[in-house]
Ligand binder design. Structure first.
Ligand code: SF4
Length: 257
């Protein structure tokens, strides 16, 4: 049977594929989610964040040097976390590829109750040699506009990052791995306040400050959200637009103008 993805078809018995970003769309606005997944309306795409992608690739490369080794990366040693070692698994590379739901051994599971296939792409996994559990790790990049100190997860928009971590921990547990509630965000903060020269003779080198932020996951919202998603997918009508949505109010004012 062909895969069930893109526009949802109620009569298709195959598990319907939903990435974590689609689930996030639902959490933010069920109406938007319905328009995309059920009505097939394509919203304008946003260009990728290539510098963020580059820092992800470089961090992974660095941690790959210690993957499965007895010693860990000097950064973790310096943080007093020499017991956290980049995890080596035969399918690790597949887990990092978010776009491929088809093959087995990827980072996805089928939620039987809703027949939804839920997946995503991990940045990293560290093995805790003290507890024998795994920690899910997510790399993030930014450049703070003020020199106000270490990065926190306090901003409202970072709730989406927390949900991402929750979901990945939940998926890996469903896949049978022993995963700790504690995940880590490794933040690279492009330092615009440094006195170190940026431009050299042939290349420019940017400095990044690093923050390793622990986060204790909450997975309680996931099952009930999947059930709500299934209800919305099977619904004949689009959920109401949020009265607080700035896009919705913008469109409304255009049509009234
Ligand atoms: S315009 Fe706003 S309320 Fe309407 S579907 Fe999009 S995000 Fe949701």
């Amino acid at each position: 049977m062909p895969r069930h993805r893109g526009v949802y078809k109620k009569e298709n018995p195959e598990p319907y594929e939903l990435s974590r970003s689609r689930i996030e769309n639902f959490v933010k606005c069920p109406s938007c989610f319905y328009l995309v997944q059920v009505k097939g309306i394509n919203f304008p795409s946003i260009p990728g964040f290539n510098i963020n992608e580059a820092t992800d690739i470089l961090l992974k490369k660095d941690f790959d040097r210690y993957r499965g080794s007895k010693i860990t990366h000097p950064y973790l040693v310096k943080q007093g976390m020499s017991h956290l070692v980049p995890y080596d698994h035969e399918h690790f590379e597949l887990w990092t590829q978010s776009m491929h739901f088809g093959a087995t051994d990827r980072m996805h599971i089928i939620h039987k109750e809703t027949n939804l296939k839920i997946g995503g792409g991990l940045d990293d996994v560290w093995f805790n040699t003290k507890t024998n559990k795994l920690h899910i790790v997510d790399y993030k990049s930014t450049s703070q506009k003020s020199d106000k100190g270490p990065i926190t997860l306090g901003d409202y928009y970072k709730d989406a990052y927390k949900r991402q971590m929750d979901l990945y921990i939940w998926i890996m547990r469903q896949k049978g791995f022993e995963v700790d509630d504690l995940g880590y965000f490794l933040y690279c903060d492009g330092d615009r306040f440094t006195e170190t020269p940026f431009l050299g003779e042939t290349k420019a080198i940017m400095e990044f400050k690093l923050s390793l932020i622990p986060y204790v996951a909450n997975t309680w919202w996931i099952e009930r959200t999947l059930k709500k998603i299934k209800e919305v997918l099977n619904s004949a009508t689009c959920p109401d637009h949020s009265e607080y949505c700035e896009y919705g109010n913008f469109i409304k004012s255009l049509s009234e103008g």
